[in-house]
Unconditional design. Structure first.
Length: 106
């Protein structure tokens, strides 16, 4: 019986300590510190997620550009593609061809 009374006194003192204002105040401070840390982690997560999405879009656009350039290179390797680009850029014709230019009088 005596052991039970000693144990009951110990539990009462522990309960008194846990329910004191100082203990609650310290627990509240610890909780606030943990919440602030989590908020920082979430902010960093969302910033990194945005950066990742932007970099992924940039990478995809670069891959599309590379594919287009490779198509243009393959087209320029043929005689027809080379002939077309020369005519377009330099405004020239072959020896037996005639060129007609239409000039708008506005």
């Amino acid at each position: 019986m005596r052991e039970f009374q000693v144990r009951k006194k110990q539990q009462a003192s522990i309960n008194r300590i846990l329910s004191s204002k100082w203990t609650l105040f310290i627990a509240l401070i610890i909780i606030i510190i943990l919440i602030r840390g989590n908020i920082r982690v979430f902010k960093n997560y969302f910033n990194l997620k945005d950066k990742y999405n932007k970099e992924t879009e940039s990478y995809q656009s670069q891959k599309n550009r590379e594919a287009q350039l490779n198509k243009d290179i393959d087209r320029l390797k043929t005689d027809q593609g080379l002939d077309y680009e020369i005519r377009k850029k330099l405004d020239v014709s072959k020896e037996d061809e005639k060129i007609i230019k239409i000039i708008d009088k506005r």
